[in-house]
Structures are given as C-alpha cells and as structure tokens.
Design a protein around this ligand. Structure first.
Ligand code: TXA
Ligand code: MG
Length: 316
C-alpha cells in the first residue's frame, strides 16, 4: 500500500522524479504527475488504466502560470477564472507548444484549473511545473473523496498520497470551453450553471456527447459502483425488487426499513451536502451484500444538475 501523510517535500521529490502522488483537492483526489513530462503522463494513463484518447486536466497555482502555457485566455474565460479560482472550475484553452500532445490526447485545447485546497496549493507553489491530475480512481469507477479511497484502489501502484482530509465539494470540477465567444459547459460539476451564467451570461450545456472527441471523457458509463443502480421512485422499486438485497441512496428521506443498507445524502435536502456525500454513498454500496442500488433524482437546480448527471452515468 502507499504511504499516507502530509509531507510536501517528499511529494515534491517523487514528482520531480516523474513519479505519481495522490493529491487532495476540494473536488476529488487526483492522481498527480508532472504535466510537462511525457513519462509522467504515460504513467498516469497506465496507472488509471485510462484510454489515451481521454485527456488530462493540468493544475496550477496562478493565472500567470497558465498564460505561459496557452495561446490566450479570452475575456469571458478570464472573468470566470478571476471570480471562481481557486475553485471547482476547469477551463479549456488553446494550448501552446509547451504542452505535450499526450496531455491533451492530441486536441488543440488544454484543460486548466486552480484547485482550492491549501495543501495542494502549497505543493504547487513549490513546484516548477503544473500537475496533471485526473481523479485518482481506476477508469470508470467512482471518484475518491478521501485519502483512504485512493489507497484502496491505487495504493499498490503509487508510493505516496498527500492527506488533505475529506474533499469539501465532493464532485469534480465544472468544465467550460468556448465556441467563439460563447461559453459551453462540457461537464457539470462543483460550480453550478447558474453561477457561471451570473458571470458570463447564457451558457450552452453540452455534456452528453459520449462519442464526440471534443469531450472525450464524458463517456456515458462512468462512476460505476460495481452493481446495478436504478433511478426512480424508491418505494415502488423496492417493492418490485423485494427479493433482492437492496441498497438505497435517498436525498432526504430515511428508507432504512426497506433496505439492507441505507444512505441519506442530506436530511435537510441540502444539495451541497448531498453532492459532498454522493461518491461516499456510491462507494459504500459497492458491497458484496448488496445486489441492487435504488436511488432517486434530486431537484434540477444548483448542484442538483451535477448530482443527477453522476447518478445517470452510474446507472448505465
Ligand atoms: O475536479 C476535477 O476536475 C478533478 C480534480 C482532481 O481536479 N479532476 C478530474 O479529472 O475530474 P478527470 O481526468 O477525472 O476528468 C477530466 C475530464 C475528462 O472528462 C476529460 O475528457 C476532460 O476533463 N478533458 C480534459 N482535457 C480536455 C480537453 N483538452 N478537451 C476536452 N476535454 C478535456
Ligand atoms: Mg474522473
């Protein structure tokens, strides 16, 4: 298993030697390596078992650092960056030649974000290169929101995980690109659509193009908890499948009387709290005692859109 700790200098020594380190962010834990080094990038793809057509996000600690690696940061992108970074926002920007094609799977744009996590910002401050970091889970599985989750799944493949506690947002970043001047959301995530629209006006949401190479990572089947998951009316579905060992993930109602295992995302129905608990709940249900997971749609507002998006992908 990997060592877990808060030793930034040890993490730096590994990263400078093209090795990988699990890092905390406010969204999910990342599997980090030098974003400008092809050997490190190759290690990320192979460790995650990730197809090379699915590009990686690069993380930095400042907008200035990004300017050196892209052709331009257009006006609306800069407005989002200045208002929402550090935070759960990723911007797709025209890359310069300094960015290896391997990082972007040969695409002309590179994904950048400044994460909002003290330990990782300190790490980035001390490094002379950006960190490529996809979520630190095997390809297709639920994203990790605690250091232990990383260790459970990738601990035999990496040396070190920086422990930053539990991720505060719990859902991956919102990915925004631009068609000309117009913002397009390619992945729903930790920044609600409404907040982005408040800054740059109407945005298009285009997240379901599983075979579109412009958003290659948004494959339909993702976030798999390892067993069948049905979204719908929990009571009806529980009745229909009462011969099975059922796990229930509900927004706010307690269904423990119907389930072998039950997880309420937020007793108050608070969507931020629900988002923060979602991946923990899915992971908990990945249990040999559970045959089937039942869950329900949450209101389609704020982080609810991203929660419903992840549930639908987990259900495929
Ligand atoms: O919150 C997050 O974004 C986390 C933390 C660790 O920062 N990272 C994350 O990375 O979720 P990952 O690799 O699991 O998801 C990255 C997504 C993929 O869907 C990928 O296809 C998309 O970003 N992406 C990356 N670079 C891209 C590019 N150049 N063009 C289009 N999509 C890109
Ligand atoms: Mg991921």
């Amino acid at each position: 298993m990997a060592q877990i700790g808060k030793d930034i200098d040890f993490a730096i020594s590994l990263l400078e030697a093209d090795k990988l380190v699990g890092i905390p962010t406010e969204t999910v834990y990342g599997l980090a390596g030098n974003a400008l080094s092809e050997p490190a990038i190759l290690k990320i793809y192979s460790t995650k078992n990730r197809p090379k057509f699915d590009p990686l996000i690069a993380h930095t600690n400042s907008i200035e650092a990004i300017y050196e690696l892209v052709k331009d940061i257009p006006g609306k992108a800069l407005k989002l960056a200045e208002n929402l970074w550090p935070g759960p926002l990723t911007l797709l920007l025209e890359k310069s030649d300094k960015i290896p094609d391997l990082l972007t799977s040969g695409l002309p744009r590179v994904a950048f974000r400044i994460p909002n996590h003290q330990l990782t910002l300190e790490l980035l401050n001390k490094l002379s290169f950006p960190l490529a970091a996809p979520s630190a889970n095997p390809f297709g599985y639920v994203s990790p929101v605690e250091a232990d989750h990383v260790n459970e799944q990738l601990g035999n493949k990496i040396n070190y995980i920086l422990d930053g506690g539990r991720c505060e947002v719990g859902l991956e970043s919102t990915i925004v690109g631009f068609e000309g001047e117009n913002p397009v959301i390619h992945r729903l995530g930790g920044i609600p659509v409404e907040e982005i629209e408040g800054l740059v006006g109407k945005v298009e949401v285009n997240t379901n193009n599983s075979s579109n190479p412009l958003a290659p990572g948004m494959l339909k089947s993702h976030y798999s908890p390892g067993r069948k998951l049905i979204i719908g009316d929990i009571e009806n579905n529980a009745e229909e499948h009462k011969d099975l060992n059922i796990g229930i993930i509900s927004l706010s109602e307690d269904y423990s009387h119907l389930a072998k295992k039950n997880f309420t995302l937020s007793a108050e129905g608070d969507l931020e709290e629900a988002a923060c608990n979602l991946f923990r709940a899915l992971r908990l249900m990945d249990d040999p005692q559970i045959d089937l997971i039942l869950t329900e749609e949450v209101p389609n507002t704020g982080l609810g859109l991203a929660i419903n998006d992840r549930l639908k992908r987990a259900a495929v």
